[in-house]
Write a protein that binds this ligand. Sequence first.
Ligand SMILES: Cc1cc2nc3c(=O)[nH]c(=O)nc-3n(C[C@H](O)[C@H](O)[C@H](O)COP(=O)(O)OP(=O)(O)OC[C@H]3O[C@@H](n4cnc5c(N)ncnc54)[C@H](O)[C@@H]3O)c2cc1C
Length: 470
Amino acid sequence: MTPLATTTDTDTYDVLVAGGGPAGVAAAVAAARSGARVALVERYGFLGGTMTAVTLGSLCGYYTVRDGAALPVVGSFATEVADRLRDCGGAPDKPVFWLRTASLPYDPFRLTLVLDELVGAAGVDVLLHSMVTGVLRDGDRVTGIEVHSKQGPRRLRAPVVVDCTGDADVVAQAGGEFLPVDGPPQFPSTMFRFGGVDTDRAATISRAELHAHLERAVAAGIDLPRTAGGMYSVHPGIMHLNITRVSDRGRPPDPARTEEFGAAEAEGRRQVLRYEQAFRGYVPGFEHAFVLDCGAQLGVRESRRVAGAYVLSSDDVTGAARFPDAIGCSAWPMERHGAGRGTQWGWLDPGAYYQIPLRVLVPRDLDGVLVAGRCASADLGAQASLRVTAQCMAMGEAAGVLAHLATEGAQRPRDVPAERVRRVLTDRGAFLGTTADQQIHAEQIHAEPTRAGEHRTGGNRTEERDDQDA
Ligand SMILES: Cc1cc2nc3c(=O)[nH]c(=O)nc-3n(C[C@H](O)[C@H](O)[C@H](O)COP(=O)(O)OP(=O)(O)OC[C@H]3O[C@@H](n4cnc5c(N)ncnc54)[C@H](O)[C@@H]3O)c2cc1C
């Protein structure tokens, strides 16, 4: 076997990316395509993060829906992923419409292959089975990371580290500031797949009907934490379920507490078995269903959120906010998986979207590190919208571009003009808002940071619960 590395071994890169989920892969590929020497460090043996380790039903956040049409609100990297998935039979040609939105179902295994190809073609050094366990720092500046693998401990240095670990592990190790829990937190779910499903029959069941069937199961004594949820099918006979809800003494288990989170994993598996019983007994089309598999880990919707140069607010989301330093857009509702058996949705107006400012990727109190993905700077409500995968890819791509520009110019990321990042993203086909929006706000690009609530266009704050308890 290869001899163990020692902690004195140090490799130097232009950009380091911690975490190989949708944000991390986008960041690594974007920086490498700009010419940076990039290492991507991932604790599992495959890329995709929650999309493949937890296995989601569909790629959300890609569209806004207006007059029955699904219009993309992202481009560039996210579009490339969607196109490659379709090309290899890993996604249907058209999105699926549900509630007031639309999303693209995908095959998690094929996604791992698509992501392997993307990082390979971009020339990223991918370190799988490698856990980021510490940081190297010089005062408030992060200068690298410590990684543990079967090879032993290892140090990697770079002028910029992009933290895409979902739980903001790099920022935590560096002693960075996090946002307080400013509302009801979201609970995690164990995702699973049923085989043996009559998927033609199941496809005729509305969310309201599913809710009614599962409430009958609850009335018959089956203990289900949730009776409103999502079902997605990419292959005949197989149904993917987003329907469990795991808590630890009434609050979400903390992924940073090993014993607590491990117990929650076991509870998630027990819930899956109870859903098998409920579906077989009470939901048409599932009479012969069996649990095919569940995700490699419990799916965490929210944990640490970094305090950034700007904190995206719930009002920004529902008010379709505009920002001079916009690096992406989102129309996804605030989808909150709180306590109780339902899910709460806070919608934007049909066809509306908000912009994502670059500043949510820049930690307030640290240099040499950026964040992207679900740990970006947003209040709890805004995070419930921003966290979906298309927006994580958009944020990751912007962070990768910014990291390369900062390294190339020997600048702090916060000192790189947002306009330069926006120009690269636009050249790559990213959607940053309509041409009219870009013209209106072009002169504000170097303006002072906006306060929450500025530059809104319409929007409303309709909320509904995805069950009949409201
Ligand atoms: C149950 C559930 C259902 C969801 N359903 C959908 C859906 O249907 N559609 C949708 O678009 N979104 C959905 N989401 C949201 C979405 O999946 C996530 O918010 C999104 O994947 C976050 O992307 P990310 O890149 O920020 O982080 P993650 O996807 O969490 O990726 C983080 C990566 O970092 C790695 N990592 C973590 N810590 C370390 C470390 N210390 N060292 C090395 N590697 C590390 C992880 O292994 C992982 O690969 C769902 C989320 C959950 C939990």
